[in-house]
Write a protein that binds this ligand. Structure first.
Ligand SMILES: Cc1cc2nc3c(=O)[nH]c(=O)nc-3n(C[C@H](O)[C@H](O)[C@H](O)COP(=O)(O)OP(=O)(O)OC[C@H]3O[C@@H](n4cnc5c(N)ncnc54)[C@H](O)[C@@H]3O)c2cc1C
Length: 73
């Protein structure tokens, strides 16, 4: 759940630990990871927003990223 730092790291570890035929799915409101520690540099215009955003498919090899927000219980 969630394609941020925690979700992406968990997906990477599950890919390593689980058999290749196991499907790993990340459900996230966004299909990209924002490298939040560098957002101040974007605001200060020393770097481009494109340099702090990574597409979900670039972070993992076989994880499927499904878009959509999970509703709170
Ligand atoms: C400006 C800034 C600077 C920072 N600098 C540092 C730093 O220098 N060092 C440091 O250690 N930390 C820093 N942090 C904190 C760090 O960014 C967070 O601790 C980290 O992003 C948390 O990771 P996360 O996976 O829990 O959440 P996030 O990275 O926020 O990811 C959450 C993901 O879940 C998704 N999501 C949320 N709700 C739902 C839902 N209902 N259904 C589906 N998907 C959902 C979101 O779309 C998002 O993709 C900084 C934060 C900010 C804002």
């Amino acid at each position: 759940m969630g394609g941020g730092f925690a979700g992406a790291t968990l997906a990477q570890r599950l890919e390593r630990l689980l058999p290749a035929q196991t499907e790993v799915i990340v459900l996230s409101a966004e299909n990209h990871l924002v490298f939040t520690p560098m957002l101040p540099e974007v605001v200060g215009r020393t770097i481009s927003p494109l340099q702090v955003v990574v597409a979900g498919r670039q972070l993992t090899r076989r994880t499927k990223v499904v878009g959509g927000a999970r509703q709170p219980d």
